[in-house]
Design a protein around this ligand. Structure first.
Ligand code: AMP
Length: 288
C-alpha cells in the first residue's frame, strides 16, 4: 500500500477553516462526511465515496445532543474517538473535525432549522425535535467547514431528504450526495446501534430488511400498499419486534404515504422503525 499522509485533527472552527482555505487556494475540492462516530463499514463506504470524488476529505465526529430526546440513548451512545480516528486514517481521510459541544452550542444559543412537512411523519412522529436537531447541526457543520460536497447515507433516508430540503431552502452552497446502505451478509443494515443487540436479537434483526424487501417486491408486482404493510407488520411482530413504530410505503421525494405504484412510476420508498428489546432499528429500501 502506498504511504498515506497522517490524518490532521482539528478541534476549532478556525483550524478547520484555515485548512480548507489552504486546500481551496491550491484548487482542491473538499468533501465533508458528518458522523457521530462509533464508526463501522457503512461510514467507511461514505469515506470511500468521498475519496472517489477527488479532493480532500474531512470527516466530522460529533455526538449531537440536540437530536436525542430526553429518554433516548445520548448518554450511552457508543464513543471511541481513538478507534474512530484510526479507522478514518486507514480510510485515507485527510482531516477529522472534532468540535466540542460548548463550541457548537455556546451560551445563549437559540436558533433552530425546522423543516416542515418532511419531518412530520415516520421517525419525526416518534422523535419530536430530532430532525430540527439534525438540520441545525448539519447546517452548522457545513457552514463551519465550507465543503463543496457533503455526503450522507440512504440508511437514514428521511434525514437525507430533510437535509436536502434545508440546504436548498436556505441557499447553502453545497452539493448533497447520497450513498446506498451498506448491509451485513444477512441483510441487516450496518448501524452503530447494532452493537446494543443481544445474540437472539441479532439473529432476529435481519427480518426487518426481509420484510421491507417483500413489501417492495409486492409493490413492484402491482400489489396494494395496505395489505402488504399489514402482512409485514404481522411478520415483524412474529419475529419479536415490539413495538413496531411504523412500516410505510411513501413517495421517495415527499415521504407522503402512497397506496400503490402509480402509472408514472414515481420512485417509492418502503421505510420502517421498530424496537428489538431496547434497541431501535430503522431501515428502508427503494420500491421502483
Ligand atoms: P451516524 O454516525 O449514525 O450519524 O451516521 C453518519 C452517516 O453515515 C449518516 O449519513 C448515515 O446515514 C451514514 N450511515 C450510517 N449507517 C450506514 C450504512 N449502513 N450504510 C451507509 N451509510 C450509513
Amino acid at each position: 500500500m502506498p504511504a498515506r499522509r497522517p490524518i490532521a485533527r482539528f478541534e476549532t472552527v478556525q483550524a478547520v477553516r484555515g485548512a480548507v482555505a489552504s486546500w481551496r487556494a491550491r484548487g482542491e475540492g473538499v468533501v465533508l462526511v458528518p458522523t457521530m462516530g462509533a464508526l463501522h463499514a457503512g461510514h467507511l463506504a461514505l469515506m470511500e465515496e468521498a475519496r472517489r470524488r477527488g479532493g480532500r476529505v474531512v470527516a466530522s465526529l460529533f455526538v449531537n445532543p440536540t437530536q436525542f430526546g430526553p429518554n433516548e440513548d445520548f448518554s450511552r451512545y457508543p464513543r471511541d474517538v481513538a478507534a474512530d480516528v484510526g479507522l478514518l486514517e486507514g480510510a485515507g481521510v485527510d482531516a477529522v473535525y472534532l468540535p466540542t459541544t460548548q463550541a457548537m452550542y455556546g451560551p445563549g444559543f437559540s436558533t433552530s432549522v425546522a423543516v416542515a412537512g418532511l419531518t412530520e411523519g415516520l421517525c419525526g412522529a416518534f422523535r419530536p425535535g430530532h430532525f430540527a436537531g439534525v438540520a441545525t447541526v448539519v447546517t452548522k457543520l457545513v457552514n463551519r467547514v465550507g465543503p463543496d460536497v457533503a455526503l450522507f447515507g440512504e440508511k437514514d433516508f428521511q434525514q437525507l431528504q430533510v437535509i436536502r430540503r434545508a440546504i436548498r431552502d436556505l441557499d447553502i452552497p453545497v452539493e448533497i450526495g447520497a450513498v446506498p446502505t451498506l448491509r451485513e451478509a444477512d441483510g441487516l443494515a450496518l448501524s452503530s446501534r447494532n452493537r446494543y443487540l443481544g445474540e437472539d436479537e441479532r439473529r432476529a434483526a435481519p427480518e426487518l430488511h426481509r420484510v421491507l424487501s417483500r413489501v417492495a417486491d409486492g409493490l413492484r408486482a402491482g400489489g396494494l400498499a395496505a395489505p402488504l404493510v399489514a402482512q409485514g407488520l404481522a411478520d415483524l411482530t412474529a419475529a419479536g419486534f415490539a413495538p413496531v413504530q411504523y412500516l410505510a410505503v411513501c413517495d421517495a421525494g415527499t415521504l407522503r404515504p402512497v397506496a400503490a405504484r402509480d402509472p408514472e412510476g414515481r420512485p417509492l420508498r418502503v421505510l420502517a422503525a421498530a424496537y428489538l428489546g431496547r434497541t431501535r432499528l430503522i431501515d428502508n429500501v427503494p420500491a421502483g
